[in-house]
Design a protein around this ligand. Structure first.
Ligand code: CP
Length: 316
């Protein structure tokens, strides 16, 4: 594997999930694989889970880890070819990525959507510029449109927790005071399409995700109807895709509550975290309900470890 930028880079999701579950049983079994190798984790946005779980995964494989918070510590990067750099940017991605490639055997990048320009976000300028100009494999730690490490961790969690072969999985939109990107929801949808599940997305009118991603998926605008007999409620906020990056304020109360969870088949609550309590989901669901949020966060390590293992096994 030369890069991991999309959940679609996984050749067989069931086989990868099985391998990740085995890694989880013996996380230090491949401690020699990454000896004398270095991973660079480059953050253009904040993180808790991605940063720490990817570091832990790399260390479990014996790798050295370099972390850089680019927005605060790095030179402002220029991504345009042929630009006259007489304004705010100081270093071109051509040199930046080439230099980082001299220090690192793998580069992992986090660069969120701006939510200001759909075309630019969908071009994945930052991630794709690293793919183009780095001479080492690149891993997506959440880009403008995708969060494949989260989706892989979620696939592991679903496999571990499901009680029937084909569970009902509901992706439910929930409110949030800030406009959020579509990356987690996009990758979750792409991942679920690769599994055996009865899948429904529920959200208020106007919050339809990219139709190319949701093609063939049932959309239910009545949240409570969607919850009926569900085995898993995966909750996430995202801003409007059609009215790009906007909060529409058309939603009534879409917060996931204990009352709504009672409509499910004793279903489990899932969220990628961080989560805003009593906005996205009520305290009772997280504290007293069947919440899997900590299991999901734990599986981030084994998802990242599997991706790094695949890359290291194919190095040179
Ligand atoms: N779920 C997730 O990616 O968490 P962080 O933003 O804290 O890394």
């Amino acid at each position: 594997m030369k890069k991991f930028v999309s959940i679609k880079d996984i050749p067989s999701l069931p086989e990868w999930v099985e391998e990740a579950i085995n890694i989880k049983k013996q996380p230090l079994a491949h401690k020699e694989l990454g000896a004398n190798k270095t991973i660079g984790l480059l953050f253009f946005n904040p993180s808790l889970r991605t940063r720490l779980s990817t570091q832990k995964a790399a260390r479990n494989l014996g790798m050295d880890v370099i972390v850089m918070n680019f927005n605060k510590e790095g030179w402002a990067l220029e991504f345009e070819d042929g630009s006259v750099m007489n304004a705010s940017t100081s270093e071109h991605i051509k040199e930046g990525a080439a230099v980082i490639s001299q220090y690192c055997d793998i580069v992992a990048v986090r660069a969120f959507a701006s939510l200001e320009d759909k075309e630019k976000d969908e071009a994945e300028t930052v991630l794709n510029s690293f793919v183009k100009h780095a001479s080492v494999p690149v891993v997506n730690m959440e880009s403008a449109t995708a969060h494949p490490l989260q989706a892989l961790a979620d696939a592991i969690t679903l496999e571990e927790q499901k009680k029937v072969q084909k569970p009902k999985v509901v992706l439910s939109w929930a409110p949030h005071p800030k406009a959020l990107p579509h990356a987690v929801a996009n990758s979750f949808v792409e991942m679920i399409k690769m599994t055996e599940a009865e899948f429904v997305i529920t959200h208020p009118q106007g919050y339809e995700l990219d139709p190319e991603i949701t093609q063939g998926v049932d959309i239910e605008y009545d949240q409570e109807k969607a919850f009926e007999n569900a085995d898993f409620i995966y909750t996430k906020n995202w801003s409007s895709y059609t009215d790009y990056g906007k909060i529409l304020n058309t939603e009534a109360n879409w917060t996931v509550t204990g009352e709504k969870m009672k409509l499910t088949n004793q279903g489990a609550f899932m969220h990628c975290l961080p989560v805003r309590r009593n906005v996205v989901v009520s305290d009772e669901v997280l504290d007293e309900g069947n919440s899997l949020v900590l299991e999901q966060a734990n599986n981030r390590t084994y998802a990242a470890q599997l991706v790094l293992k695949k890359i290291l096994e194919n190095a040179d």
